[in-house]
Design a protein around this ligand. Structure first.
Ligand SMILES: NC(=O)c1ccc[n+]([C@@H]2O[C@H](COP(=O)([O-])OP(=O)(O)OC[C@H]3O[C@@H](n4cnc5c(N)ncnc54)[C@H](OP(=O)(O)O)[C@@H]3O)[C@@H](O)[C@H]2O)c1
Length: 251
């Protein structure tokens, strides 16, 4: 079938495209770099015509709740509305375990996105733990000279490739509303992941753990963001994933 992958060049989007193609699906990638700005929302009918499913893996880098809500609400509304016009059968989004409970600016946008998708008969929300790649994204934002100041955070990281496989499985099925959750096989702290990355790269930078203040800090520490009863567990451990990352030099 034809699957539209919104955000198909991002960390998970690339894996979604690969997984869908491996199974013989035709993919259409919607990103600004491939000529479609989903925030502007123009020209979507042309790209969505003939598609059976949309998998939305877009994201915005922001620490502003207003920007996050505006981005996810606008992009989701554009995709859902155009999808309805074009007869798209299934709209799947990837969300985050705990984003509904934890008071964090970025998560406010994910909550808005979930509400919109769960309101659609064609919608399915798949919630995932942090991807193994999340530690890279965090390290890039928290380096100060030879030190990484990493927020104290419990996580159950999962391979983006395994989440992508689940998203394609789900897209092939009927809409489910709230769909499956997936996390990785083991719980780690993000600081521990960063130390393993530095060791893997033969680096000497130090990692210090910084408790994040307020309600989000509590949610990061109290297990709100890790797997709960019924969450599926991926198989690829963080160390197995890291061992395969030969080309990456820590930033
Ligand atoms: N990272 C994690 O650990 C994690 C865990 C669970 C769930 N998630 C969720 O997974 C989704 C993807 O996250 P990610 O980390 O893979 O994101 P990412 O690597 O930052 O990729 C974002 C993608 O969105 C596209 N995009 C951004 N703005 C766009 C616009 N205006 N129009 C069209 N495309 C746009 C980007 O391409 P262009 O820049 O070319 O437009 C890119 O392909 C997010 O919704 C996130 O909440 C992430």
């Amino acid at each position: 079938m034809r699957i539209v992958v919104a955000g198909g060049t991002g960390v998970i989007g690339c894996h979604v495209v690969a997984a869908a193609r491996d199974r013989g699906h035709e993919t259409v990638v919607l990103t600004r770099s491939t000529g479609t700005d989903l925030y502007a929302g123009t020209g979507l009918d042309e790209r969505l015509t003939g598609a059976e499913a949309v998998i939305d893996a877009t994201s915005v880098q922001t620490v502003s709740a207003r920007t996050s809500v505006d981005f996810f609400r606008t992009v989701t509304q554009h995709l859902v509305t155009a999808g309805r016009r074009c007869g798209v059968r299934h709209h799947v989004v990837v969300s985050i375990i705990g984003a509904q409970e934890a008071p964090f600016s970025y998560y406010a946008g994910k909550q808005a996105q979930e509400h919109l998708v769960l309101d659609q008969p064609s919608g399915t929300v798949v919630r995932a733990g942090q991807f193994h790649e999340f530690v890279r994204q965090t390290m890039a934002r928290t380096k100060a000279g030879p030190i990484y100041a990493i927020p104290r955070m419990r996580s159950q990281p999962v391979a983006a490739s395994e989440v992508a496989g689940l998203l394609v499985d789900v897209a092939e099925q009927d809409p489910q509303g709230l769909g499956p959750e997936i996390a990785g096989p083991q719980e780690l702290t993000v600081a521990d992941m960063a130390r393993r990355v530095i060791e893997h790269e033969g680096g000497h930078a130090r990692v210090i753990e910084v408790p994040f203040p307020g309600g989000f800090g509590r949610a990061m520490r109290d297990g709100t963001l890790v797997a709960r009863a019924g969450t599926r567990l991926g198989r690829l451990t963080f160390d197995e994933w890291l061992a395969d990352q030969r080309g990456w030099r820590g930033r």
